[in-house]
Design a protein around this ligand. Structure first.
Ligand code: ATP
Ligand code: MG
Length: 585
C-alpha cells in the first residue's frame, strides 16, 4: 500500500510542546505521532501506532520463539487477588482503584502476577503440563508520582509481561535464561543500545533479577559501569570490595581529644592536621580518616521500629537508595527530637561507635571499616572526638552495610577496573520471583510421585510503549526523528518537490514500483512548498527519503539516507533498485 500524505491523518507542529523537556517527547508530539490527553496518558496517531505495532511484533516473535504463549487478561481487575497478596495496600498511591455500581472494589492492573498464577492454577493440575510460559502485550495502569517525558513514563502504558511456571529451581533458571536471551534478541533487532545490570546485590544467591537499561542521558536510573571489564550494576547492587584487614598489634591506644570547634567533618579534619595527627600518620589527615556515624530509624512492615547506627568513612555520604535497598523491607525514617531525648547517649555531632554499642544500638559499618582500621570519630560527649579508635579492638560492629555512596573511580567489584556512573532508561526487567505468588494462591500440581508440587514462578517485563520513546531518544538527530528500519512506520518517504506534471507522474511511478517491490511507501503528494515537505520528511524520520524535484527533467532523483547521513543524486531509472538495496541491506 502507498500512504498519501494528502490523506494521512497527520498535522506536524512547528513548535515544541510547552510541557516537553526531553527530545523524544518534543519530536513525537511535533511529528504528530502521539497526542497528550492527560498527564501520562497519550493517544497514538497513525504514524505512532505503526511504530508501536512494529515494536510489539518484534517482541511477540521473540517471545513465541522461546515457546511462550500469548494470552490476554483484562486490565480491569477485582480487588480480591491483590488483597490476598497484600498488593492492594502495598502498591499505595501507585494503584488506580475504582468501584463498580454495586460498590465492589476494582483496580486497573499495574502488573499481573496474581492473575497469571490464578490462571495457571485454574487450568493445570499435573506435572506433565509443566513448564509453561504465558505472556501478554497489554495496557497497564500505574498512577506514577511523576509521569514524565510523554510516553517514556506514562500512567497508561503498554507492557509485554510474561510469567514462567516451573516444577523446580532448575526449571526456573532455564526459563529465566530463555527470557534473558530473548530480550537480547529483541533489543538487538530494535537496534537499541543497552546494558544488563544486576538489580540486586544477589545476597540471596546469584543474580535473581536483572534490568535492561537503555543508555540515555535523560534516563532516571543511575547505574555504574566498569569500562575495562564490562561489569554493570544498579547503584543499589554494587558490593564494596573490602580492603584487607590491618594488624591490630602495635597500634597506638585510642585517645580522646577536646575538639570544641570541630562540629563538622571538614572542621574535624582541619583540627586533626593542626593538632599534629598528620605527623603521627606520616601524611595529611583527610575526611576518609574520619568515621561518620549516621543514625536512622527503621520501620518494619509489622510497625515495629528500631534505631540503627551506620558508620561510613567521613568522605562519603549515605546514599538513600542504597540504604533503602539494604534494609528492605524496612522503611527508613529520620530520628525525631523525641528519639534524641529518649536516648541521651546520642550526642548530636559527637556520636561514636562505643556509645552506640554500649547502649545496645545495632551498629553497622561500611565494608571499608575493616578489622584493624583506625578512625577519628565522635567520643560520645559534647566537643570531644577520639583519635585512633581501632575496629576489632576498641569496637566491634554488628556487621557491614552497603549504604555509602558509590563514586566515579571506585574499584569495580570484579577487581578489573574502576567504576563510572552512567544513566539509563529501564526497558526490560527479568526476575526469578520464586514462590511468593504460588504460595499465596497455593498453585500446586500433582508431581510424578503423586505428591503435590508447588510451582516456582518468574516474571519478565518489556516496556513496549516506552521503547518507542527510547528509540526516538537514542536515534534522533538535530533535524528530527530517525527510525531504524526494524520499526520505521514506512520504509521510504517519497517527496514530490516539483509541480511539473511529468515529475508528478514520475514520482507516482517510482512510488508504485517501490510498493510493488514490497516496500511500505509514504508519498508526499501534497501541494505544499518543497521547503515544507523537506522539513516534514526530516521530522517524520523515515530511514530513506526519495526526492523527485528539479533534477527530474534531467532524469535524476535525490536519495537521502538518514542513518548514513548521505544525499546522492542518482538516475531516476536506478531509483527503485537503489532504494530496495538500501532498504534490505
Ligand atoms: P521503573 O523503574 O522505570 O518505574 P519498574 O521497575 O516499575 O520501572 P517493572 O515493573 O519492572 O518496571 O515493569 C517492566 C517494564 O515496564 C519496565 O522495565 C519498563 O520498561 C516498563 N514500564 C514500567 N513503568 C512504566 C511506565 N510508567 N511507563 C512506561 N513504561 C513503563
Ligand atoms: Mg523494574
Amino acid at each position: 500500500m502507498i500512504t498519501r500524505l494528502s490523506h494521512l491523518f497527520l498535522r506536524t507542529l512547528r513548535d515544541d510542546p510547552a510541557d516537553a523537556e526531553v527530545p523524544s517527547h518534543k519530536l513525537l508530539v511535533r511529528a504528530g505521532y502521539v497526542r497528550r490527553i492527560a498527564p501520562g496518558v497519550y493517544s497514538w496517531l497513525p504514524l505512532g501506532l505503526r511504530v508501536l505495532r512494529r515494536v510489539e511484533n518484534v517482541v511477540r516473535e521473540e517471545m513465541n520463539g522461546i515457546g511462550a504463549q500469548e494470552i490476554s487478561l483484562p486490565a480491569l481487575l477485582p480487588r480480591e487477588p491483590y488483597e490476598t497478596t497484600n498488593r492492594w495496600t502495598e502498591y499505595g498511591d501507585g494503584l488506580f482503584r475504582l468501584k463498580d455500581r454495586k460498590g465492589q472494589d476494582y483496580l486497573l492492573g499495574p502488573t499481573h502476577e496474581e492473575l497469571f498464577a490464578l490462571t495457571v492454577k485454574g487450568e493445570y493440575s499435573s506435572y506433565k503440563d509443566l513448564p509453561v510460559t504465558l505472556y501478554q502485550i497489554q495496557t497497564k495502569y500505574r498512577d506514577e508520582g511523576r509521569p514524565r517525558a510523554g510516553i517514556l513514563r506514562g500512567r497508561e502504558f503498554i507492557m509485554k509481561d510474561s510469567y514462567s511456571f516451573d516444577l523446580d529451581e532448575d526449571g526456573l533458571k532455564a526459563s529465566y535464561n530463555a527470557h534473558r536471551e530473548a530480550y537480547q534478541r529483541i533489543f538487538e533487532r530494535l537496534g537499541v543500545s543497552y546494558v544488563i545490570v544486576a538489580a540486586t546485590s544477589g545476597a540471596m544467591g546469584g543474580s535473581a533479577s536483572e534490568e535492561f537499561l537503555a543508555d540515555s542521558p535523560v534516563g532516571e536510573d543511575t547505574y555504574v559501569i566498569c569500562r575495562e571489564s564490562g561489569y554493570a550494576a544498579n547503584v543499589e547492587a554494587v558490593v564494596t570490595p573490602a580492603p584487607p584487614a590491618i594488624p591490630i598489634e602495635g597500634q597506638a591506644a585510642a585517645q580522646v581529644h577536646d575538639t570544641p570547634d570541630a562540629p563538622t567533618i571538614a572542621t574535624l579534619v582541619d583540627w586533626a592536621n593542626a593538632a599534629g595527627i598528620d605527623q603521627v600518620l606520616g601524611r595529611p589527615v583527610t575526611a576518609a580518616d574520619t568515621l561518620k556515624n549516621v543514625m536512622v530509624k527503621l520501620r518494619y512492615p509489622d510497625g515495629k521500629t528500631e534505631i540503627l547506627g551506620i558508620g561510613v568513612p567521613g568522605d562519603r555520604e549515605v546514599d538513600d537508595k542504597r540504604l533503602g535497598a539494604a534494609v528492605e523491607p524496612a522503611e527508613v525514617e529520620l530520628l525525631t527530637e523525641a528519639d534524641f531525648t529518649a536516648n541521651p547517649f546520642l550526642v548530636k555531632g559527637y556520636i561514636g561507635p562505643k556509645g552506640l554499642l554500649d547502649n545496645g544500638i545495632r551498629y553497622l559499618v561500611d565494608p571499608r571499616v575493616v578489622s584493624g582500621s583506625a578512625w577519628i570519630t565522635g567520643a560520645d560527649a559534647p566537643g570531644k572526638h577520639v583519635v585512633g579508635l581501632v575496629a576489632g579492638r576498641d569496637f566491634t560492629p554488628d556487621g557491614t552495610i552497603e549504604a555509602a555512596e558509590v563514586r566515579d573511580g571506585d574499584p569495580s567489584p570484579d577487581g578489573r577496573g574502576t567504576l563510572a556512573a552512567a544513566r539509563g532508561i529501564e526497558i526490560g526487567h527479568i526476575f526469578q520471583l520464586g514462590y511468593k505468588y504460588t504460595d499465596a494462591f497455593e498453585v500446586d500440581v500433582l508431581g510424578e510421585n503423586g505428591k503435590p508440587v508447588r510451582l516456582v514462578m518468574g516474571s519478565y517485563g518489556v516496556g513496549v510503549s516506552r521503547m518507542v520513546a527510547v528509540l526516538a531518544e537514542q536515534m534522533h538527530d538535530e533535524k528530527g526523528l530517525r527510525w531504524p528500519r526494524s520499526v520505521a512506520p514506512y520504509d521510504v518517504h517519497v517527496v514530490i518537490a516539483n509541480k511539473d506534471d511529468a515529475a508528478r507522474a514520475g514520482a507516482e511511478q517510482v512510488a508504485a514500483e517501490l510498493n510493488a517491490a514490497g516496500l511500505e511507501v509514504l508519498l508526499d503528494d501534497r501541494t505544499a512548498s518543497p521547503g515544507v515537505k523537506f522539513k516534514d520528511a526530516e521530522l517524520l524520520g523515515m530511514p530513506l527519503i526519495v526526492i523527485v524535484g528539479r533534477g527530474w527533467a534531467d532524469g535524476k532523483i535525490e536519495l537521502r539516507d538518514r542513518f548514513a547521513g548521505t544525499s546522492d543524486e542518482i538516475p531516476a531509472t536506478d531509483a527503485v533498485s537503489a532504494v530496495v538495496a538500501k532498504a534490505r541491506a
